[in-house]
Write a protein that binds this ligand. Sequence first.
Ligand code: NAD
Length: 637
Amino acid sequence: MSDISIRITGCAGRISLQRPQALNAMTDDMCLAIEDAMDAWRTDPAVALVMIDAEGERAFCSGGDIAKLYDTGTKGDYSYGQTFWADEYRLNHKIFNYPKPVVSFMQGFTMGGGVGIGCHGSHRVVGDSSQIAMPECGIGLIPDVGGSLMLALAPGRLGEYLGTTAARMNASDAIFAGFADLYIPEAQWPHLVAQLEATGDTDLLVQAGTAPAPGPLQAAMPDIDRHFHGEALGDILTTLKAEDSDFACDTLKRMNQNSPLSMACTIEVLHRLRGPSLTMEKALDLEYRFTSRSMEHGDFLEGIRAAIIDKDRSPKWQFPDAKVPAAAVSKMLMPLGKMALKLGETGMKIGFIGLGNMGAPMAANLAKAGHTVTGFDVAGTTAEGVTNAASAAEAASAQDIVITMLPNGAILRTVAAEVIPAMRAGATLIDCSTVDVESARAVASDAEAAGLLSVDAPVSGGIGGASAGTLTFMAGGSDAGFAAARPLFDIMGQKAVHCGDAGAGQAAKICNNMILGATMIATCEAFALADKLGLDRQKMFDVVSTSSGYSWTMNAYCPAPGVGPASPADNGYVPGFAAELMLKDLGLSQQAAEAVDADTPMGARAFELYRQFVEDEDGKGMDFSAMLPRFSKRGRG
Ligand code: NAD
């Protein structure tokens, strides 16, 4: 299609709008072509990120192609418009939920439909020529394409102001309002595009971003909040008319051009959206209730006539006195029943095997992010949003990605032998368990022999990090495997380091956990000593957590009950991270140290202490921080 260029260059999926003569306005065919490409690239390991840009200096995308909507609508055919909006919103939803970075470069006008494809990705770049707006009320629509979500989330009452006045935002305003992320001078964009194609590394964008000077909207916030906090359109107009300021005059002038019904519905939509249940799905559903009725019952056809057909700029709106009855608003926003917007699948299909302390919250976070997760655990455990399968093989078959989170290397090998033959060729196996380097390498080699990508990706961060989605992943495997796994690491964690080839993730993990075991023992024995010296535990925490003895075991996972942030110590030392798992990890580091002749005396002593604790004392089934009561009970002997 000549209106759009879709291709893979380097490791980037590239989408370039090529209708500069029509300010790159979106047609239904363009929407469908972008959707097809994004569906294909979602699980394509060759595509690390998607970039959307546009030809011409004047516009990234000025909106939807409304001429055809007018043509069909005036002939009584409302279904063309309804299909167009449904296709467009489905694409907006996919971009919003895309599991890989989506970078947009938005020069010039980005309005309406342009916001829908440019402002829902992960890295939204603006420059000096950028002008972003939601001007729909001017043609008898309401802010749509998911724009109502951003308006509802904008600071104060800025959403109501932008939605009803169609005011334009420069780069700084757009970042302030939540429509963009990064200001980068436009002269740098071609070089950045080339670097992103070569590396796929979005940190380059973050490094290139600079702070623009504050825009006019930020300065106008006190006026905006004062006038736009009312319940309904009438309240807003009343306060504006009562004031003789430049702001009030200018705002009234802008609003006088727009459809009163559209403005009243915009305010109602934003009020309904604001609050804890705000989601993109809810925003698009409400928008579609209005737009699907807009030709038959709203001002849309009259708005287009005045704007682009007769160009008289004198639309004859319903409710010209701007007194819009509440019943008229309700009628436009009533549920659509069977005609309601249907949004397709946006996520990957993921199998998750091992739904224990760590696996369950990790799987739940993937489901929450919109992926379809099928789980299996021999203990019959489950996780929020996850459908349980009857076996590991069933959970793994026909999935894009399979993740394992299991107790040890022997169990991993058994599960992998069942799962690998069940997986489809080209899928990716990610093992997040902590296991010995040999097991990790053996599983990786079996997976690769079966035509799969594979990554060993043990984690750090504990059950707190698993629940909050803030784990650190240490990954071993090929570049392609890491690229396929990365979008999921970004959901389950806050950092992922590609440490090297297969097994390198496990090597990093056992070194980390050798430090963790030794520091937990050091923290516990120091508390026990402090007790015997008569030092209050809270005072001990206050000093050490901000002094040179601080550590993760003190500051984030304190072994003393009632001290520091909540930890297993506050829950009777129920794991958390079980002492036997720590013993396993210390055993792995000693095994590895022996294999490569490394001197690890602290690791060896930590291993011996945890062995005694688990095998000879009462440590089995306890959290690894239960070493504190152990030390408390003992003297030097
Ligand atoms: P866990 O014991 O709570 O979970 C392991 C799960 O695997 C259990 O629910 C168990 O029923 C299941 N399982 C065992 N055999 C299975 C099989 N054949 N098929 C399917 N499921 C099976 O352990 P966890 O704390 O969730 O830890 C999991 C892994 O993560 C371990 O390797 C551990 O070393 C590592 N890890 C744990 C923590 C932590 O804080 N808990 C932190 C970092 C890493």
